[in-house]
Design a protein around this ligand. Sequence first.
Ligand code: UDP
Length: 240
Amino acid sequence: MPMPEVKRVLLKLSGEVLMGDQQFGIDPAFVSELAQEVKAAQETGLEICLVIGGGNIFRGMAGAAQGMDRAQADYMGMLATVMNALAMQSALEKLGVSTRVQSAIQMDQVCEPVIRRRAERHLEKGRIVIFAAGVGAPYFTTDSGAALRAAEMQCDALLKGTSVDGVYDSDPKKNPDAKRFETVSYDKVLADNLKVMDASAVALCRDNQIPIVVFSIREKGNLARVLAGEGVQTIVGGNA
Ligand code: UDP
């Protein structure tokens, strides 16, 4: 399956990549590098929606494991994604890229609420729309948020930029013989519980036939290479 032709994409970055080489939080220098990659992608004529995770700051599951109420911890996680969205907005605007943040949890002083038609208008005007706070409900992740926004904004693909260069048949950090898939079907990802995105996100993409392109955003220039069809990635889609 070749890289799909794309005009509008949803780029999902896991919160972890904003840490750079740190163990926690946001590394502004690295966020600035990411912003440059996003800017370069936009300059090729793409319309870009962005979703950023919150795992570099807080994950609901981690809070729950330490005895917190799960839903409460998840709301904290959602707030973390808003902080990341603001950090990315700031980095992009420093580069002269016009952006808007839309949050699924309303916070008028900070950013806009999610309004699909307004987001459409932003994209038409060449702005990048950063969707924050996932789907706005606990027990979900930003992967589901990304799949949802990709569907409602009618994106041609969901690009998942993470710290590994694709989907493997087993954990490449533990198994040196792990094999990377060039392409893999949604159903295989779900049946074999392959680590791509959570099941609800994969199912939403499958039901709406949105290809998921998993690639490493840690390597400089990789986003552009992937978009040009010259990168290393796994494409989840079809029934391959
Ligand atoms: N979260 C949530 N609902 C959502 C999106 C996120 O409850 O729709 C919470 C959840 O606790 C999650 C945290 O926000 O652990 C951070 O998001 P995620 O783990 O998806 O971030 P990533 O792994 O991409 O950095």
